[in-house]
Design a protein around this ligand. Structure first.
Ligand code: NAD
Length: 425
């Protein structure tokens, strides 16, 4: 086969390389032609811009910005904007592809995209970040659009930056265009339920997995790594469904209580304590990595990438892993986990609740109507449950783990859509 070279990726076993190796495995099972392989691998559009910004000291600094639209086969590009000193075009390319697969798995009519600006937002004033975001938006006027490419927050950006983007784009178009971006503040057309959406999807995925494994939530125990947006909401919602959360962790360390941790108390403590669990009294402090090896039914890695590796996967005791974070399990750890018979609900399925509610935000903006929280939760729960069942059925049919099944589902959907559209040949 004459495959095009994949985008070079920095480290040895980094999450993006792991993702591409799973992509390759799914392509093999599907028997995708080398022409189609290249169509799916090479981004549809890649933009690099220079962004001159007047800094607070009066000097002009030029930042480099990127936007990669990996695919528009299923719909407009969709993906966040990352502000990070180390962001590169290669990284943005791989993250954009990841978005294509994630949107396809949850069956939302979007392609995949991602943006980045190489800068350190922690060393910049709000005014400098605002001017940078506005410059980036202006330079992407012919890229962004509610029917073309819809950005969202990612590392280093949030509702504030999305508001500036929406405002700059709207000014240039001479009208308010809310649907050009998601993750906006509520008053500017943001959606109810977006904050907890990813954690909620993790909860739905976990309960769906437990059902298949015949684990009763009221008798199940769980450990959650990371107590930020995803981890804390997932823990709280699982707790609400009867699961006893015996372990939680964050950057300050890990906390264990075999009687179950009071998650509301832990969240209140974190909120009053600069965002960390340091000094939390409702549990015993344990070694941070030990959290992964606790004797629990469910493990939810919801902190960062590459935490379950070939070096520690053998020690995991959980029967079910639900990936709240992006890329928490390295490809080499997969084999060990599969051998142990642990069910993994992979990131491109388990944490897709966030992009699903982003899609609902865009729908609400387009119809000019606000949905209730109840409607949003019902619809996103259904989308997550359907996606889980579809992936599970494929895993049974092909006798492959859930992760590979999710890639098979996504790649099959995008490639067959391409064929129906007739390509451009
Ligand atoms: P966040 O910044 O709100 O929280 C991250 C949490 O992880 C914090 O509690 C932090 O203290 C903790 N942490 C950091 N390093 C740790 C370590 N070594 N051990 C234990 N805990 C550690 O971030 P988030 O939005 O919750 O995102 C978490 C993960 O989920 C990321 O991989 C992100 O890409 C992914 N994700 C987030 C969303 C979303 O909607 N927020 C959607 C999809 C995927």
């Amino acid at each position: 086969m004459t495959y095009l070279e994949p985008a070079p990726i920095k480290d040895k076993e980094n999450p993006l390389e792991s993702m591409m190796s799973r992509f390759d495995a799914a392509v093999k099972i599907l028997g995708i032609s080398d022409e189609m392989y290249n169509i799916l691998k090479v981004p549809a559009r890649q933009v690099i811009v220079g962004l001159p910004v007047t800094m607070d000291n009066g000097k002009i600094e030029v930042f480099e910005g990127y936007r990669v639209i990996h695919s528009t086969i299923l719909g407009p590009g969709k993906g966040g904007i990352r502000l990070d000193p180390d962001v590169t075009l290669d990284e943005v390319r791989a993250l954009a592809a990841w978005m294509t697969w994630k949107c396809a798995v949850v069956d939302i009519p979007y392609g995949g995209a991602k943006g980045g600006i190489a800068c350190n937002p922690r060393n910049m004033s709000a005014g400098e970040i605002e001017r940078l975001m506005r410059a980036y938006t202006l330079s992407m006027l012919d890229i962004f659009g509610p029917d073309k490419d819809i950005p969202a927050p990612d590392m280093g950006t949030g509702p504030r930056e999305m508001a500036w983007l929406m405002d700059e784009y709207s000014k240039a178009k001479g009208m308010t265009v809310q649907a050009v971006v998601t993750g906006k503040p509520l008053v500017l057309g943001g959606s109810l339920g977006r904050t907890e959406a990813t954690g909620r999807g993790v909860m739905v995925s976990a309960l769906s997995g437990m059902e298949k494994l015949k684990l009763n939530p009221y008798r199940a125990t769980a450990a959650v790594q990371g107590f930020g947006n995803v981890g804390s909401h997932a823990a709280a919602l699982l707790h609400e469904k009867g699961v006893s959360i015996t372990g939680i962790s964050d950057i300050s360390g890990a906390y264990f209580n075999d009687k179950g941790i009071d998650i509301d108390k832990a969240m209140a403590y974190r909120n009053a304590n600069n965002g960390t669990l340091e000094g939390f009294g409702g549990a015993e402090k344990i070694d941070a990595e030990e959290l992964l090896f606790l004797p629990v039914d469910l493990l939810v890695p919801a902190a960062k990438e590459d935490v379950i590796t070939k070096n520690n996967a053998g020690k995991i005791q959980a029967k079910l892993i639900v990936e709240g974070a992006n890329g928490p399990t390295s490809a080499k750890a997969d084999d060990i986990i599969n051998e142990k018979g642990i069910m993994v609900v992979p990131d491109i399925l388990a944490n897709a609740g966030g992009v699903t509610v982003s899609y609902f935000e865009w729908v609400q903006n387009r119809i000019g109507y606000k949905w209730t929280l109840d409607r949003i939760n019902r619809r996103s729960d259904r989308a997550m449950k359907d996606a889980f069942n579809n992936v599970f059925d494929i895993s049974q049919k092909h006798k492959v783990p859930m992760r590979l099944a999710a890639y098979i589902l996504a790649i099959d959907k995008v490639s067959s859509s391409y064929k129906f559209r007739g390509g451009y040949g």
